[in-house]
Design a protein. Structure first.
Length: 350
């Protein structure tokens, strides 16, 4: 009997999901800002749930699979891409990961898309954000759901996953049960809060791109600056998601399904527009999963934890190549050097 849990550190909420041989025993959500200030509700929920064999997350941009107690401060800076003192974005999650480990919980950090051996090197060149660890988790949930729905094997499943989160829009391409490409929230289309991939000239004109800037410029910001542009911002948001799905379909030509996940996938108007625009790829459905409250990323993290603990999802985890993940998100940089990126994060060379 395996008892595992998964954590999804979203921009708006942090969610936790627990599974015991496929049965949900923990299904909870808290405002992320509240837990950054005081993580005790999360700790109480996890510790109060009884013995848990393994917990996956929070992992930020990811690391090759490792126990939290084994990681250094430099490792955590690489996972969350935040130097000491960074208050913007997800920098506070580094401290949360430490608190969970110090509480004696069996916490593992899991890889992001950049670490996976199933993604060809040519898709990693000059990239950092192909998809954070929670996007890998959402894909794991999608595969698990399709295995049950279709009564098929992992290698018979191909789809495009569009994550319409509270801040970012991201996408993944899954071909025959393996993640083969991705567009992360900071390198993909416009998000609800984030501008997505920045025009290089915009980055130049900004003078300095802060972590906080990566979380700004999306539909909310445009509408707040000029309410008359809300319809245009919404059109850009939806069209960007459509373009992302079509681009990713080129990397997974066998995909006959588009799955929508994240907070704004529940908006009926957005979902309806995406279904109409992507009908030529295949069916467009909302990924729900098996929990009532926890987001897809937390459910998927529980799926990964179960597989890593030799539970029912072990074959799925092996297919994804989670144990074979290697390297760092900085390994394929040439516009700047990996060494320069490490210095920006406050990590010493060597």
């Amino acid at each position: 009997m395996t008892r595992v849990a998964g954590i999804d550190p979203g921009t708006v909420t942090l969610d936790a999901c627990g599974l015991e041989d496929g049965r949900v025993f923990l299904d909870a959500s808290w405002p992320t800002a509240d837990l950054m200030a005081d993580p005790r509700p999360l700790l109480d929920a996890l510790l109060g749930a009884g013995p848990i064999d393994l917990i996956a997350g929070p992992s930020g941009y990811g690391l090759p699979l490792c126990r939290a107690r084994e990681v250094s401060d430099d490792d955590l800076r690489l996972a969350f891409l935040a130097p000491a003192g960074e208050s913007g974005g997800i920098g506070g999650l580094r401290a949360l990961a430490r608190r969970l480990d110090q509480a004696g919980l069996a916490l593992v950090l899991t890889p992001g898309v950049m670490h996976l051996p199933t993604v060809p090197v040519h898709r990693k060149l000059n990239r950092v954000d192909l998809g954070t660890a929670d996007k890998v988790c959402a894909a794991a949930l999608a595969i698990a759901t399709e295995i049950e729905r279709r009564a098929c094997r992992c290698d018979e499943i191909s789809f495009i996953l569009l994550e319409l989160g509270g801040a970012f829009t991201a996408g993944l391409a899954v071909e025959q049960g393996r993640i083969v490409d991705g567009l992360g929230g900071t390198s993909g289309p416009m998000g609800w809060r984030s501008a997505g991939a920045l025009d290089g000239e915009v980055a130049f004109l900004a003078g300095e791109v802060s972590k906080g800037m990566l979380f700004d410029g999306g539909v909310e910001r445009i509408t707040a600056a000029d309410p008359g542009l809300h319809a245009a911002a919404l059109a850009a948001y939806v069209e960007g998601a459509v373009r992302a799905a079509r681009a990713l379909h080129g990397s997974a030509p066998g995909a006959d399904l588009v799955l929508l996940s994240g907070r704004h996938a529940l908006d009926p108007d957005i979902a309806r527009t995406l279904r109409a625009a992507l009908v030529d790829i295949g069916e467009v459905r909302t990924l729900t999963g098996f929990a009532a409250t926890a987001k897809q990323g937390a459910q998927g993290a529980a799926v990964l934890a179960d597989g890593l603990a030799s539970g029912r999802y072990q074959e799925l985890v092996e297919r994804l190549g989670i144990r074979e993940a290697r390297g760092t998100v900085l390994d394929h940089l040439y516009v700047i050097t990996p060494a320069a990126a490490r210095r920006r994060l406050g990590i010493a060379d060597g």
